[in-house]
Write a protein of this length. Structure first.
Length: 83
């Protein structure tokens, strides 16, 4: 199981965290990975100046926007899962 945490603290919320969450939900659903990817919110990942921050397992990814979620999902999630 892969864990994706999307920061939903004030700064990331204002920078579009909700849309990032929705974009990840769309990717998880499109690849039918509901049982292999756990998506959750995180209060603060400590990188408030760097756009929406996420953690994939223990890897911090900064500056996430809905339009770069598919690339992040492909390069970080699908590669880990071997697909």
């Amino acid at each position: 199981m892969i864990s994706i945490q999307v920061c939903v603290g004030s700064s990331c919320h204002l920078k579009g965290a909700h849309d990032v969450v929705q974009a990840f939900k769309k990717q998880i659903s499109a690849y039918k990975l509901d049982n292999e990817v756990f998506l959750t919110g995180a209060f603060c990942l400590g990188k408030c100046l760097d756009g929406v921050s996420i953690k994939i397992d223990d890897e911090l990814v900064l500056g996430v926007q809905p339009d770069n979620v598919p690339e992040i999902f492909q390069n970080r999630v699908l590669d880990i899962l071997g697909g």
